[in-house]
Design a protein around this ligand. Sequence first.
Ligand code: FES
Length: 106
Amino acid sequence: MPKVIYTSPDGRAHTVDARIGASVMETAVKHGIPGIVAECGGALSCATCHVFVATSWIDQTGTAEDFEDEMLDDATTPRQSHSRLSCQIRLTDEFDGLEVTIAPEQ
Ligand code: FES
């Protein structure tokens, strides 16, 4: 069971066990991690699940493609090179220890 480490905008870290196959967004919502709104429930239409992936994990998660990339342009917090919409990252065992920082405004 992979662990995911979320850092809230206030700097607090939250480490939770994730279910394989769940998204980073779904895992945050399930565990009540503050800051991820996920208004559309993962339908890739709201950009309120914006996170910054730790740079050491970018190779693993990959970068945003096509429509996700366009959605990030509309995110409330300006995007960065390591921005992703967390509903688009599906967890496997290989993501154990994944670190993401939640964008301050969703
Ligand atoms: S939850 Fe809406 S785009 Fe991710």
